[in-house]
Design a protein around this ligand. Structure first.
Ligand SMILES: Nc1nc2c(ncn2[C@@H]2O[C@H](COP(=O)(O)OP(=O)(O)OP(=O)(O)O)[C@@H](O)[C@H]2O)c(=O)[nH]1
Ligand SMILES: [Mg+2]
Length: 202
């Protein structure tokens, strides 16, 4: 399975508008989540590259849908974050339109990974995203990020126990969560496996 992620990874398209998407060919996995939750970092960790995707401590770093071809077998899509209060109203509106139209209409989209900061749990904007994915019937995995920032032993397990019942309201969401840290590489193999299994790739 690991060779799937060790293949050549190439950025090939940045979409800033809904009418500017690349042709729908390979199966796609999209990474969504609030601004600064760690989407771009997690993609780098999955692919074992430090700087393939730009990351930043400043929220709102990723402004387009960025498409990466992974060994001509599948496509990873890094999305702009939502819930970024400091972005201008016009930018927020445009990103929303872009995210919605992509997630609702993309025939090759096989999996959405929705990232949640393990320190904060679900926010309203995350439930909105999950509702959108339910409506579009896009299989969804919830991925907790920044587990290395949890101070107490067992805090990750405790959070997952609290969140699991909330997932029952979201039919597109897989019932189990994945706890990760891109910094410490926790949960990366588990996420790799979940993606490969969903795409039917080995
Ligand atoms: N402690 C810790 N920090 C992380 C981890 N992953 C990402 N970060 C930090 O979180 C910040 C945001 O990371 P990004 O990967 O750029 O987040 P993003 O979700 O792509 O952000 P936007 O593109 O702005 O929506 C950076 O300062 C990262 O270094 C992690 O596993 N642990
Ligand atoms: Mg980003």
């Amino acid at each position: 399975m690991d060779h799937l992620y060790k293949a050549d990874a190439k950025f090939f398209w940045g979409a800033e508008r809904p009418d500017d998407l690349p042709p729908a060919t390979l199966p796609e996995v999209a990474f969504a989540g609030r601004s600064n939750v760690g989407k771009s970092s997690l993609i780098n960790a999955l692919l074992d590259r430090k700087h393939l995707v730009r990351t930043s401590g400043t929220p709102g770093q990723t402004r387009a849908l960025n498409f990466f071809n992974i060994g001509d077998r599948f496509t990873l899509v890094d999305m702009p974050g939502y819930g970024f209060a400091k972005a201008s109203k016009v930018d927020q509106k445009n990103w929303q339109i872009l995210l919605k139209s992509y997630l609702r209409g993309r025939v090759t989209l096989r999996l959405a990974c929705v990232l949640i900061d393990a320190r904060h749990g679900f926010k309203d904007s995350d439930h909105e995203m999950l509702k959108l994915l339910d409506g579009a019937a896009v299989p969804t995995r919830i991925v907790l990020t920044k587990a290395d920032e949890l101070k107490e032993d067992g805090a990750g397990e405790k959070l997952m126990d609290q969140m699991r019942p909330l997932l029952q309201k979201h039919p597109a969401a897989h019932p189990e969560l994945i706890l990760t840290s891109s910094n410490k590489r926790t949960g990366i193999d588990e996420l790799r496996m979940a993606i490969a299994t969903t795409l039917g790739l080995s």
